[in-house]
Design a protein around this ligand. Structure first.
Ligand SMILES: Nc1ncnc2c1ncn2[C@@H]1O[C@H](COP(=O)(O)OP(=O)(O)OP(=O)(O)O)[C@@H](O)[C@H]1O
Ligand SMILES: [Mg+2]
Length: 356
């Protein structure tokens, strides 16, 4: 089912009367059956957005639609949502079976069907053999699976996950990430997955929303957002190692790097912020005209790649290049990037400036 947010805004007013715009005029449409990652730094409004979708927080203004239903004023239990939080919030005294069954207790689901559903969900999340255990007898990952099964057992219209993997160790987090993706695919349920971890969001999402100070920065598929960031914030938020940024002039139509004409751009002359991802650098062909010669400060071998450090326009820059394209004793190297991998941002607004 499609989930639509229309101009959703949440303003918290504290006792001294100062306002926090936790979510600011957010409008997005989440297509039926997709998994959308809601991503951004701490305090950017991710949980607030999720809680408004769940009905646990009342929007200051704006609307929420589940399909054609305006659910903005509907109580949480009437919305048909499944919720999973960072701390699994299982009932410690109940068995896994009872924990998953719990949401069905007050519903008009026939006993046989309820039992069948509990078993189906337990199998779906891979804990079908642990139904008699108590939560304390499960690992963190297994507990989170129970929480997911419990969220799904009512067959919700929307699944909402708020940092569900943050309490798990790194290895388990990777495994559960794939599991959640699989479960989401198998059930086809429209899902919003909150995380502050860009890599996690990139790997799990069909599409991502990046928020900053409650304001949507971009809504796109992970790879599109990575390769075509809408602004400097998104460019810097995605990627590890992070994107390099430097100030540079465009003079007489040329991007000037280290006082050299680097590349021609159809962007008006002026001073800009430039973004270049470490892995987009390449060692230039001998006869290339669009290249810059740099003094290598350091060389590190990282697996099959080589990381080199150098300066562009006085900024420390890192580039990842093929390990056989530089030698340990090289002092200089000529580098280039494809022109569509050079990002030009307005210095004031941070907005990307399109170029050919
Ligand atoms: N009940 C509240 N009263 C006042 N301010 C609040 C309340 N809840 C959240 N805020 C503020 O709203 C903003 C957004 O908070 P929110 O919890 O949505 O952030 P988040 O993106 O989920 O962050 P995190 O990654 O740390 O969980 C923050 O500035 C926060 O301090
Ligand atoms: Mg949060």
């Amino acid at each position: 089912m499609e989930l639509r947010l229309e101009n959703l805004t949440k303003i918290f007013t504290n006792k001294t009367g100062t306002d926090t715009r936790a979510v600011d005029d957010l409008s997005i449409t989440i297509e039926s059956g997709t998994l959308v990652g809601l991503l951004g730094p701490s305090g950017c409004g991710k949980s607030t957005t999720l809680f408004m979708i769940a009905g646990l927080l009342k929007p200051t203004s704006g609307k929420i639609f589940f399909g054609d239903d305006d659910v903005t004023k509907l109580a949480p239990e009437k919305r048909g949502i499944g919720l999973v939080f960072q701390n699994y919030a299982l009932y410690p005294h109940m068995t896994v079976y009872k924990n998953i069954m719990f949401p069905l207790e007050n519903m008009d689901v026939p006993r046989d069907e309820a039992i069948a559903r509990v078993k189906e969900m337990a199998n779906l999340v891979g804990i079908g053999t642990m139904l008699d255990r108590k939560p304390a007898q499960l690992s963190g990952g297994q507990q989170q699976r129970v929480a997911i099964a419990r969220a799904l057992v009512k067959k919700p219209r929307v699944l909402l996950l708020d940092e569900p993997l943050s309490n798990l160790d790194a290895r388990l987090r990777l495994q559960m990430r794939e599991e959640i993706k699989r479960i989401q695919r198998e059930t086809g349920i429209t899902t919003v997955f909150v995380t502050h971890d860009q890599e996690e969001a990139m790997s799990i999402s069909d599409k991502m929303v990046v928020l900053n100070f409650g304001v949507e920065q971009q809504y796109a598929a992970p790879q599109i957002m990575y390769n075509e960031p809408a602004n400097l914030f998104v460019a810097k938020f995605l990627g590890n190692p992070p994107i390099n940024t430097l100030e540079a002039d465009i003079k007489n139509g040329y991007l000037m790097i280290n006082d050299q004409k680097f590349m021609k751009f159809n962007v008006k002359d002026g001073s800009y912020m430039i973004g270049m991802r470490p892995e987009h650098f390449r060692v230039a062909e001998k006869n290339s005209e669009e290249k810059v010669k740099v003094d290598i400060k350091e060389i590190f071998h990282v697996g099959r790649d080589t990381m080199i450090h150098f300066e562009l326009n006085g900024q420390n820059i890192r580039a990842l290049v093929d390990s056989d394209s530089v030698e340990d004793n090289d002092n200089t190297v000529e580098l280039t990037l494809r022109r569509n991998r050079i990002y030009i941002f307005d210095k004031d607004t941070g907005k990307v400036i399109d170029h050919d």
